[in-house]
Design a protein around this ligand. Structure first.
Ligand SMILES: [Zn+2]
Length: 258
């Protein structure tokens, strides 16, 4: 299909683009994983959910794959690179900007996607364009002069989901994938999006601080930060409202399947 590529904005032959990278779906199929579709408070499980739509030209598909996905997918998958502790893991040789922008590239695609499963991400045109700019230019710097950065406004925090009670086995937790959810964020009074992938839950917190000082100094638990190591906290499923609800409804849904 001919159209305007959403990344380079050139008139081109558009590919069927994935919103969430294809590699995650491949892995799910191989390991008989589950996909959770969350919509308007309802959660369901499905085996065949692989939404794609005409979005990017071939060159931009390649660009995302080479610059972001090769690295981004490996970060959460390469367990040899993890240092495991009781309540957190440390990811070594971490490339902050690359990984941050990788996750932004997924949020951006979800935001501009027309597919009904990504309805929940409703950015604004201005925000979409800003995300596009940062992904295309491979930078978190919004404005060279002012020193403003995208990560002053969109912070990303990641948790490894665990269940010490043993109710839900780690094998099950590790092969889940969800679509995006958008909610209000009470901590920051902003907007929060999240999705689940390969044992992790990724939160995007969008808010604008009161002043430059607050913008620069505010930090969330388990937030991605600059540095060669990244600490990822574990989140007990039964201690998080979001996760408890999510997993309870998953268990309900799988009962109905039987
Ligand atoms: Zn393009």
């Amino acid at each position: 299909m001919k159209g305007i590529c959403k990344l380079c904005l050139q008139d081109s032959e558009l590919q069927q683009s994935h919103i969430i990278p294809r590699s995650y779906f491949k892995r799910l199929k191989k390991e008989d994983g589950k996909i959770i579709v969350i919509q308007e408070g309802n959660k369901s499980i499905t085996g065949n959910f692989d939404p794609k739509e005409p979005m990017l030209c071939r060159k931009c598909e390649q660009f995302l794959s080479i610059n972001y996905e090769h690295y981004g997918i490996r970060v959460l998958r390469d367990h040899k690179n993890f240092r495991k502790n009781s309540n957190h893991i440390i990811i070594a040789s971490f490339q902050y900007e690359k990984f941050y922008l990788y996750l932004i590239s997924i949020l951006w695609r979800a935001s501009i996607a027309k597919h009904v499963h990504y309805d929940s991400v409703q950015g604004t045109e201005g925000l979409d364009d800003l995300l596009r700019y940062c992904v295309a230019e491979r930078t978190v710097r919004i404005n060279k002069k002012s020193g403003l950065r995208l990560d002053h406004f969109i912070r990303i925090s990641i948790f490894r989901m665990v269940d010490s009670t043993g109710n839900i086995s780690d094998e099950v937790i590790k092969v889940l994938l969800s679509n995006f959810v958008q909610t209000r964020d009470d901590t920051t009074n902003g907007i929060k999006w999240y999705f689940i992938v390969e044992g992790f839950i990724v939160f995007y917190h969008f808010f604008v601080g009161r002043d430059l000082h607050e913008i620069r100094s505010f930090k969330l638990i388990s937030q991605l930060t600059k540095g060669s190591h990244q600490k990822i906290m574990k989140a007990e499923i039964n201690q998080s409202k979001i996760l408890t609800e999510l997993f309870n409804s998953m268990i309900e849904a799988s009962k109905q399947e039987d």
